[in-house]
Design a binder for this molecule. Structure first.
Ligand code: FAD
Length: 395
């Protein structure tokens, strides 16, 4: 079997790329090692930047997003028992974020892929990439107990942080920049109507907390815990107790309580692989970079990567030009590092670090007081939060 672009991974990066290529008349085969249900049900990101929303609508997969997504024109920063509103739209000339679960994005993209009739294989095993330095790289994998092989013009490594593409690149050809954080996020999904229409980021003396939502009936809440925290140590009652301690404000606002339908602990990591290309293998999304979730950037970075990659591939096939493909890594990394900077800034502004003193906490409160009192500081947060523009014009 031969295809123009072999895509490994059917997360947001792989599915978006497949659909963008299909719209440009470029063929692809997507291979995914998990089942369709697993991929659709995986609860992860929920905040879409303005540019990601615009992209999905332009691609013709934004119909349900526009109907069911929750557009937020602002957010709250909460500290010392008080919530402070940041008006994202006012500060950015009308831009906003939309809360729409990553699993819903993935579901819409799988439906769109099915409608094109192009190949999307779930539950494949032993995926291996070969001959990346050649003009005919190939992917081998097992499907229904048989070994299969797809030769490609290009391979897109969209297989997330734990995938096989990045580790297939020889050590001398790639460099990693990494930082582990001394905390993780304990997150729950609860059947409780959100008590705020907008996200509430809290810095509390007991640690960070985030109030968010997935729908008018489902609340999504997080708080900072040690990175190795065992979720079994937390009964639902203890979780609500801690949520209320950190999130409740002096004006009486607090999250609504309801049955916990999912809970887990996610460690936090910052990671960048450079360059994001080796020969004819291109890395996109989490396979190339990870940001702490505080800035809500991971899924959005994946979307921008594949937008650049699809544009480069289209230029290759229509004009026989490798201009964008040659600059792919540089174009993406410039934005990735700005997202790393922002995610790190949000993280250290709102979390408590082990070993910090009372002095550090007072300084942190002063930082937040400045942030919520200065239009310049709020604008900086707002323009990063709704998403920075791409620095280059794409065809
Ligand atoms: C708890 C949590 C909360 C988050 N919150 C946010 C948020 O609010 N906003 C935001 O923007 N981002 C958030 N993120 C990050 C976001 O979920 C990721 O950045 C996003 O999923 C990246 O998409 P991706 O397609 O690059 O990778 P993935 O979603 O990881 O997809 C990779 C796919 O490749 C498949 N795969 C792996 N190995 C192989 C293999 N060998 N062969 C074939 N297939 C393989 C995987 O099964 C998977 O389907 C969050 C992440 C987590 C964990």
């Amino acid at each position: 079997m031969h295809t123009q672009v072999g895509i490994i991974g059917a997360g947001p990066a792989g599915l978006l790329l497949g659909h963008l290529l299909s719209l440009k008349g470029i063929d692809s085969v997507i291979v995914e090692n998990r089942s369709r249900d697993y991929v659709i049900e995986r609860v992860r990101a929920g905040v879409l930047e303005q540019g990601t929303v615009d992209l999905l609508i332009q691609m013709g997969v934004g119909e349900r997003l526009q109907r069911e997504g929750l557009r937020h024109q602002g957010l709250y920063i909460s500290f010392a028992g008080q919530r402070h509103h940041i008006d994202l739209a006012d500060l950015t000339g009308g831009k906003a974020i939309t809360v729409y679960g990553q699993n819903e994005v993935v579901k819409d993209l799988i439906d769109a892929r099915a409608a094109t009739g192009r190949a999307l294989h779930f539950e494949v095993g032993h995926v291996v990439v070969h001959d990346m330095e050649s003009n005919r790289p190939k992917i081998t994998f097992e499907r229904d107990g048989r070994e299969e092989q797809v030769t490609c013009d290009f391979i897109a490594g969209c297989d997330g942080f734990h995938g096989i593409c990045r580790p297939s690149i020889p050590e001398h050809a790639i460099k990693f920049y990494e930082r582990e954080h001394p905390f993780g996020w304990l997150g729950i999904l609860a059947e409780a109507a959100p008590s705020s229409e907008e996200l509430v980021y809290t810095c509390h003396q007991r640690g960070f907390a985030l109030f968010s939502m997935r729908s008018p009936k489902i609340t999504r809440l997080y708080f900072q815990v040690p990175p190795e925290e065992d979720i079994d140590n937390w009964s639902d009652g203890a979780i609500w107790d801690e949520m209320l301690k950190r999130m409740s404000t002096r004006d009486g606002w607090k999250p609504n309580i309801g049955p916990v339908v999912q809970k887990g602990v996610t460690p936090m990591r910052s990671f960048v692989a450079e360059p994001m290309r080796y020969g004819r293998l291109f890395l996109a999304g989490d396979s190339a970079h990870i940001v702490p979730p505080t800035g809500a950037k991971g899924l959005n970075l994946a979307a921008t990567d594949v937008m650049v990659l699809a544009s480069g591939l289209a230029e290759y096939y229509t004009r026989n030009s490798t201009r964008v493909l040659d600059d792919y890594s540089e174009i993406c990394l410039r934005r990735v590092w700005k997202a790393q900077r922002f995610s790190w800034w949000m993280t250290q502004t709102l979390h408590r670090f082990p070993g910090e003193t009372e002095f550090d906490y007072r300084r942190q409160l002063a930082d937040l007081d400045y942030l919520t009192g200065s239009r310049a500081a709020m604008t900086s947060l707002a323009e990063n939060y709704v998403g920075l523009p791409l620095d280059v014009a794409l065809a």
